[in-house]
Design a protein around this ligand. Structure first.
Ligand SMILES: [Zn+2]
Length: 289
């Protein structure tokens, strides 16, 4: 099984996770910029975070045989904090950097006027940078939030096939598919969506424009949920080629040519990482005696 996890926050995961992901078939990931679990106090905090996503984390993933990409954006939660607004001025410069494959994650949290402004401004940046957009749907009032999301995308002049609407469930999937956008599903241990419900949705709606992710982060989550979904698909009678479409070819088609997908040179599965450094730091701790 080859897997591209198109939504996973690896900065909050361990090297054990990277090893387990590689062993399960994960060869590439996309890490969306998001919040820290607590408020940031200013633009410098974003700059360091964005630099780490496209620098250290990209290097760290490659040490474990996994190609790392990022999406850059001001997340909906922090769109409401005036201290964070200034980041909108630095985002366009990051959209041109290597390893950045989309604008995101964008969208609504509490559906405020501030969120409207920040969302529209960043969709405009995506259009200018000719990048797709990763849009998250709110945890509360999901249906209304998803409907409004699709309206804003339309108003921004972005074609729906350049937008991945994420964290969907049984109540929102039809709306997104009818709009012509890509449908994303986050498979969590006990909330949002699980792999059995996911397989039922795939059976009902088909595999086209369907994308599955683990959305693993610093919360209770599982970086192998993409693989578990693939296994559940196989048990339910889907073919290996159909699993490959959902877990690899679909996200590859959505993000497009900015992805780097060739194997990491010199990487050997199960062996200690090839000694290498990024800005003077290594993933190895000390030297072997
Ligand atoms: Zn996320």
């Amino acid at each position: 099984m080859r897997i591209l996890d198109p939504h996973i926050h690896m900065t909050s995961r361990t090297t054990d996770d990277y090893e387990a992901m590689y062993a399960a078939g994960v060869r590439a990931v996309v890490e969306p910029a998001f919040w820290l679990g607590q408020p940031r106090t200013g633009v410098g905090s974003f700059v360091d975070y964005f630099d780490a996503l496209i620098g250290w984390e990209r290097f760290r993933a490659a040490q474990f045989g996994i190609r790392h990409h990022a999406t850059i954006g001001l997340n909906p939660k922090e769109a409401n904090d005036p201290r964070c607004r200034e980041v909108l001025e630095v985002i366009p410069r990051y959209l041109a950097k290597e390893g950045v494959v989309a604008v995101g994650e964008l969208g609504y949290d509490a559906m405020t006027r501030e969120e409207d402004e920040v969302f529209a401004a960043q969709l405009a940046m995506a259009v200018t940078a000719e990048l797709p957009a990763l849009v998250h749907t709110p945890h509360r009032d999901k249906l209304a939030g998803t409907r409004r999301t699709l309206d804003v995308v339309r108003d921004a002049g972005m074609t729906p096939d350049r937008v991945l609407v994420d964290h969907l469930n049984e109540t929102t999937v039809a709306l997104v598919r009818d709009a012509g956008a890509w449908a994303g599903f986050s498979i969590y241990p006990d909330t949002k969506m699980d792999e059995v419900r996911m397989v039922a949705i795939l059976r009902e709606y088909g595999l086209e424009r369907m994308i599955v992710n683990s959305a693993a982060d610093w919360g209770r989550s599982d970086p192998l949920k993409t693989w578990r979904t693939g296994m559940t698909m196989l048990e339910a009678g889907f073919t290996a080629d159909e699993v490959d479409q959902v877990l690899w070819r679909n996200p590859v088609a959505f993000f497009g040519s900015t992805l780097v997908l060739d194997p990491v040179p010199g990487f050997v599965a199960g062996a200690a990482p090839v000694p290498a450094e990024f800005a003077g730091s290594s993933v190895l701790r000390g030297v072997r005696a």
